[in-house]
Structure formats: C-alpha cells, structure tokens
Design a protein around this ligand. Structure first.
Ligand SMILES: Cc1ncc(COP(=O)(O)O)c(C=O)c1O
Length: 390
C-alpha cells in the first residue's frame, strides 16, 4: 500500500543516534567491535535498595492495574522532598509536580500543550535536538539562539530579543548539554527577568544537575520563577535509571494542569512498582552521589587524556555526563574527525554538529563507559596516531 506520512513529519528525520547505532552494528558484524563513546546512557546500575523495592512491590497482586494519570502520591511526595532538600524549592506534591516517562517525553508534551501552528519556539544552538523536533512536530517555528564559548555558552539576551520577537516558549538547559556549562545564579535571574519582560514561558530542562556538579540548582529557586518557568527533571542520569523512564515536570498548578490535559490523553500512570522504586531512589543521599561522581571523575580524567592526544582543547570546569571539546584546526569539521575515528580506530565519538551548527568544531565524549573501555579507546587512538600521524 502506498501511504504518505503526515505532513508534520516533513523535515523530521530519524533520531541521529537511532541511525548511527545501526551503522555501528553493521561495523560490528564486519570486525573489531566499536567502542561507543557516544550516547549518555549510564552503564552503572541503580542502588540495590531501589531494585529491591521494584522486586518486592512487583510480587504483590494489587499493583498491576492502571495507575493515576498524575502518578502515585508517594512518588510526587518523594519528588517534592527531593526538590526541597537539594534545590531549596517548595513544590506542592498534589498540584505542582507531574511525574513523566522521562524528561524527553515532557519536552513533547510541553510543546503540544503550548505551541500553536507557526508560533516561535526558542531553542539553544548547540542544544538537545529533541527541543527542535518536538517543537516542529507541534507546528512551531524554530528560532535558534546561539551559545558560544566566548560568552560561556550563555544566551545573548539582546540578540534573542531581536530574533525571537513574539516567541511563546524558550527551551533552556543548565548544566548545558552538550557543552557542560554550569548554571549561575545571575544567569538564572536574568532568564526569569527576560521571560517576564517578554512574556515567554521558559522550559528549563535539568537532568544533569547532580553529575560532577557540586552545586545543583533549579531555575524554580529564583524569586517569582513559577510565574514564567516550568522545569523538567529526570532520574535517568542522577540515579542510573535511564531505561526505567522516570522524570518529572515541576511548576505552578495551572501549568501542571494544562500539560496534564494533553498527557492524560496520551498514556496512563507508570507501573506502580517503578514509581515506588523511583521514590526510594530519590531518598538516596550524599553517599550515593559521591560514589557515582567519583566514578565519573576518574573516567573524565581518562577522557581528558584521550582528547589531549587528539589535540582537542576543553574546559576542565565543565560538568555533566560528557566532555565537550574543540577539535584542532586541520579538520574540515567535527564529522571528519568523528568518521576517521569510527572507521580507522573503531571508536565512536559524537560530532558536535548534531547539536546545531555552533557545534561544528566540537566533539562530545560520553562518560558512560568503564575505565577499561576508555583505556582501550585511548590505546586504539594512540595506535592510529602512530600509524597515520593523525
Ligand atoms: C538535555 C537532555 N534532556 C533530556 C534528556 C532525556 O532524558 P530522559 O531520559 O529523562 O528522557 C537528555 C538525554 O540524553 C538530555 O541530554
């Protein structure tokens, strides 16, 4: 049967990593397996107590039915306590929190809730590609705001006021992915003031605040933020639960109700044992985070060494689950270096250009591989350098 896809899919390709993983699988069939330093999927397990709750709860007979659209109160309460403890933000668990199947899901729901055909949506360049695809799927018109190294990867508000006149929604994400830029209180205050002045809803996507970052911050901690800000958060990275699909949207009651109007038509609440296990995860303290971050810190040192071998430059203060680095002159762009490493040394490193044109001279290395794998990647790259004077 010949059936065209809906117009809304025009210009929306398959997600980059979904395609790339197929290419890597093909290479794996042909020879030495590729070391994939691309995707940010934590390779370490959640805390044993979290798995225990899932296990114990799943054995009960009364937990297998549909769940409330707004999630279990035990989970919303745990999310509220977590926001209070780590970010100093008060959220009413009954009205100001909506559990999600990951932050990625929330990005789509937010766009479907607020974006009309042709509405301007501001997205960072470089930034997480899902902001663009979700806003386009909802019919929005994308206006990219540039983040540059010279400006510490912070938005240039004057320029945005010029290019984004009439914008309805702006995506923001600090610690920033892919650049690893940390947030700053002053930046957050400027964002809230900017949103109020220009009547824009800011959606802050905050999944990386606990990774290698000593000062987790919520944009909702700024005075008056709830008037103009909603925040997405996630257990994917901070609790090694990417495959569990647990995230949250936080904000004022009206906003939560509005997004729920859309979301409740799409799915139901998550499997209750997953929600209860997630609630357990959110009670984990400093010890859990210290252990997690100690592993990432050791890995990051190895990644720094690997990047220095490639003559890339990078900021050692960056945070989050990746290292972002500028490629040396001599390469046309990030794709040339990434392909060379993939095909000649069987190490995959993400080309920064997939996050937007401002990433064309950068690459991004994930910290989600063991130290042994990173050593092996380093060795392969060293061999390539020796053989080809890369
Ligand atoms: C900036 C950013 N936002 C959201 C997500 C998605 O997170 P989740 O697993 O909660 O859907 C990612 C995942 O890589 C990300 O990098």
């Amino acid at each position: 049967m010949q059936l065209d896809v809906a117009n809304r899919l025009n210009g929306i390709g398959e997600y980059y990593f979904s395609q790339k993983l197929r290419e890597i699988e093909e290479l794996n069939k042909q020879g030495t397996p590729v070391i994939n330093l691309g995707i940010g999927s934590p390779d370490m397990p959640p805390h044993p107590e979290v798995i225990k709750v899932l296990h114990e709860e799943s054995k009960k007979s009364n937990v297998h039915g549909y769940q409330a659209y707004k999630g279990a109160i035990a989970l919303r309460k745990a999310m509220s306590d977590w926001y209070k403890k780590w970010y100093g933000v008060e959220l009413n668990p009954d009205t100001e929190i909506l559990p999600l199947i990951g932050s990625k899901e929330g990005i789509m729901h937010v766009c479907m809730t607020y974006v009309n055909e042709g509405d301007i949506v501001l997205v960072p360049n470089p930034g997480y590609p899902t902001y663009t695809s979700a806003a386009k799927l909802a019919g929005g018109k994308i206006v990219e705001y540039k983040l540059t190294e010279e400006n510490n990867w912070f938005p240039g508000f004057e320029e945005i006021e010029k290019i984004g006149k009439g914008a309805r929604l702006m995506f923001v994400n600090y610690p920033q992915m892919p650049t690893g830029q940390q947030p700053a209180k002053e930046l957050f205050e400027q964002l809230v003031a900017f949103a109020k002045k220009n009547n824009i809803l800011i959606c802050h996507d905050n999944p990386y605040s606990f990774i290698l970052n000593d000062h987790p911050m919520s944009l909702l901690s700024i005075d008056g933020a709830k008037d103009v800000v909603i925040e997405l958060n996630s257990l994917s990275k901070s609790h090694n639960m990417a495959g569990w699909r647990v995230g949250m949207l936080c904000g004022a009651k009206e906003k939560i109700d509005e997004v729920l109007r859309f979301k409740s038509n799409m799915d139901s609440g998550m499997f209750l044992p997953v929600q209860l296990a997630a609630a357990k995860a959110l009670t984990l303290g400093e010890e859990w985070l210290n252990e997690l971050n100690n592993s990432y810190r050791r890995r990051r040192e190895k990644v720094f060494t690997l990047l220095s071998k490639l003559n890339c430059s990078y900021d050692k203060q960056q945070v989050g689950l990746f290292v972002w680095a500028k490629i040396p002159t001599g390469y046309k762009d990030c794709y040339e270096l990434s392909d060379k490493l993939l095909y000649q040394s069987r190490v995959f490193i993400t080309p920064g250009g997939i996050f937007g044109s401002e990433g064309n001279k950068y690459i991004r290395v994930s910290l989600c591989s063991t130290e042994e794998k990173l050593d092996e990647a380093l060795q392969r790259i060293q061999n390539l350098i020796t053989e080809t004077s890369l």
